[in-house]
Design a protein. Structure first.
Length: 132
């Protein structure tokens, strides 16, 4: 049984996210911890710029997917944790640049928080993927 993307007709339909995803039993699941704007050398990319930080966090997310032999289309759940002062539209733009026009987007939750682990972090992205 493949992964099923569920968008009930009684709910709002949005091409950016899926309302629910049914994952079959026995499926390999990849749990990806929060990815932020830190590059390979440990430096924060885009201090004060949520779009730049979002792009770096998403590059980090893609690197983890690749290391596991997965791809963006394998994502089933993404949680975006963003500083309450940051512009969510800029972060959304980075996501749309990465996702593009692919079908079956993951389920998405966005949380606005008072702050993240480092005061210079504006965003963190965690995710779950199902591997074939």
């Amino acid at each position: 049984m493949p992964v099923q993307h569920l968008n009930p007709e009684t709910l709002h339909s949005n091409p950016v996210f899926t309302q629910a995803i049914l994952v079959p039993a026995g499926t390999r699941t990849l749990l990806i911890g929060g990815q932020n704007a830190v590059d390979r050398s440990g430096e924060i990319v885009g201090k004060g710029d949520v779009a730049a930080q979002s792009a770096q966090a998403l590059r980090n997310l893609a690197a983890v997917l690749e290391a596991a032999g997965a791809k963006l289309e394998d994502l089933v759940k993404v949680t975006v944790i963003i500083d309450h002062t940051a512009d969510l539209r800029a972060a959304f733009g980075a996501w749309m640049s990465l996702w593009g026009t692919r079908a079956n987007p993951p389920a998405v939750t966005v949380l606005r928080v008072a702050g993240l682990a480092n005061p210079d972090y504006l965003i963190e992205v965690e995710a779950q993927a199902v591997l074939a």
